[in-house]
Design a protein around this ligand. Structure first.
Ligand SMILES: [Zn+2]
Length: 117
């Protein structure tokens, strides 16, 4: 990922990020630059997501990462990815759809409102 402005996550990362959002997984940045993510399956415990010098996520200590790694990231890593992108102010490409459709003033009322005929 050379570009910092626009990030295009793979579908596996997108799915993991959606899961993280849905389950409200929220990472906490630690002093050493790694992130602590509360475990959902074991409340009260945390998983540690570590980054390399370039800020890329390289490891999570959960079982999911052990099996999937970067190609099938866990929700902890995904929640950290979301946090990093948010802090960087980066755009996530799949979330950028067409500009909001602006209702044209030239359309008739019937096109905007469902009216009884
Ligand atoms: Zn994990």
């Amino acid at each position: 990922m050379e570009m910092t402005e626009t990030i295009t996550p793979t579908s596996a990362w997108c799915r993991a990020m959606q899961r993280a959002r849905r389950e409200g997984v929220k990472p906490t940045k630690q002093g050493d630059g790694s992130f602590r993510v509360p475990s959902v399956s074991k409340p009260g415990t945390n998983h540690i997501v570590t980054l390399d010098q370039a800020g890329h996520i390289v490891h999570c200590d959960c079982k999911g990462w052990e099996h999937g790694g970067r190609s099938h990231p866990c929700k902890h890593a995904a929640s950290v990815a979301l946090a990093i992108m948010f802090l960087a102010g980066a755009h996530i490409t799949p979330a950028r759809s067409d500009p909001m459709p602006v209702p044209s003033l030239s359309v008739s009322r019937g096109q905007l409102f469902r009216t009884a005929r």
